[in-house]
Design a protein around this ligand. Structure first.
Ligand SMILES: *Cc1c(COP(=O)(O)O)cnc(C)c1O
Length: 404
């Protein structure tokens, strides 16, 4: 495909990460625009019926229909693929579209899926309610316990799904160790890398087969649009499973959203780094507060998998969870007293956002399951934003004073 960029074209493979994030995947039109063009088109025209025939037979590679592919979405996919170091990237309408497609495209009735039990609420629904309806058996294990993985993976398994760090208790799963066990059971390993981001963690390099993102979170990074992505190296997974699935079921990414996400990718590394700076300072501050029973942050030495987190992730991440004294009443009094930090279930935003998992994202679970996962009534999840860390700390401090 001609992109008009002439001999300045560079696929980006030889560039360093920061350069890839700004320029990777750029395909200029004949107008030589500086910024990525937004192609708001559902279809594409053919010069002749022969050209259309050849395109549908797959003899020529070109854009056919935006449910299959779109030039703006392709630029997003190429840029993210460069960052991840993956051969393939497929943009999706949302993180959940990505999660569902990544699994649903490869399983059939009678198959088995093993997953970690500490999951984003909707991922839990897909695994424990939706897939069983189609005759797929799903087994949940404590992701931090390798013996449970070993046990569950004694039987042939098609696919393994895990989220690390997990939502909202920030458990860390050993991607390399679980991948080894999963491969012995014949399973493809999918990692939901939303909390870590591609900047901090590279699951494919640790042995996973497929990485998925909610681009809605850190990739957009400013809370504007929904999006998702699936990344992998295996061409057979693309040809035999994912490509036919997404072409015919239509979880495609909107070109407008891809255009916003391309802008997000340009600053992803800088933002994630600053989010981590702030999260480290906020976690240390909270750990010293008398009205906080517990602080969960992978970058703190007190985190149960701190050593693994250090090995597997570049830094401690952008999320901090903590237990406010006084259960639900204490947590609610604290949330109501916040003046700067917003109450919102979104995360990875430039604005600091906080949520009460027991009554929102995880209210669907039974109380027993929640407590089993460490989601206590006093637990609060904080997505640390890009404001001045001193202002975030001041707001947390004044709100905690109100709890007493
Ligand atoms: C938000 C999120 C999802 C779902 O993404 P959407 O874009 O909201 O559909 C999946 N997994 C994790 C860990 C998330 O935080």
């Amino acid at each position: 495909m001609s992109d008009g960029s002439g001999d300045r074209e560079n696929s980006g493979n030889t560039w360093r990460k920061a350069t890839q994030l700004v320029r990777g995947g750029m395909a200029r039109s004949a107008f030589q625009e500086t910024s990525e063009a937004l192609y708001l088109t559902s279809g594409y025209v053919y010069g002749s019926p022969e050209e259309a025939e050849a395109a549908f037979k797959g003899e020529t590679k070109r854009y056919i229909y935006s449910r299959y592919a779109n030039p703006t979405v392709s630029m997003f996919e190429q840029r993210l693929a460069l960052l991840e170091g993956a051969a393939f990237c497929v943009g999706m309408a949302s993180g959940m579209a990505a999660m569902f497609a990544a699994i649903a495209c490869q399983v059939k009735a009678g198959d088995r899926v093993v997953a970690s039990r500490a999951l984003f609420g909707s991922c839990n629904y897909v695994l424990t309610e939706l897939l069983p309806k189609y005759g797929v058996e799903t087994v949940l294990v404590d992701g931090t316990d390798l013996d449970q993985w070993r046990d569950a993976l004694k039987k042939p398994t098609v696919c393994v799904f895990m989220e690390t760090p997990s939502n909202p208790t920030l458990e860390i799963i050993d991607i390399a160790a679980v991948s080894e066990l999963a491969h012995a059971a014949g399973a493809r390993v999918i990692v939901d890398n939303v909390f870590a981001t591609a900047v901090l963690q590279s699951p494919l390099k640790l042995g996973a087969d497929i990485v998925m993102y909610s681009a809605t979170k850190h990739i957009d990074g400013q809370g504007r649009t929904m999006g998702g992505a699936i990344l992998f190296d295996d061409e057979a997974y693309m040809k035999d499973f994912l490509e036919p699935f997404f072409r015919h079921t239509g979880p495609s990414m909107s070109p407008f959203n891809a255009w916003v996400m391309l802008k997000g990718l340009e600053t992803l590394d800088i933002r994630v780094d600053r989010h981590c700076d702030n999260a480290e300072r906020v976690a240390a501050f909270l750990a010293a507060q008398p009205r906080i029973n517990k602080v969960i942050y992978p970058g703190l030495a007190s985190h149960p998998q701190h050593a693994l987190a250090k090995r597997q992730m570049g830094r401690g991440g952008t999320m901090v969870s903590f237990e406010v004294d006084g259960g639900k009443a204490g947590a609610f009094a604290f949330l109501k007293a916040l003046k700067l930090i917003d109450i919102s279930n979104n995360l990875g935003d430039s604005k600091s956002l906080t949520t009460h998992p027991t009554t929102t994202t995880h209210q669907r679970l039974s109380e027993e399951d929640r407590l089993d996962l460490g989601i206590t009534p006093g637990l609060v999840r904080l997505s640390v934003g890009l404001e001045d860390a001193e202002d975030i700390k001041d707001d947390l401090g004044q709100a905690l004073a109100a709890v007493g």
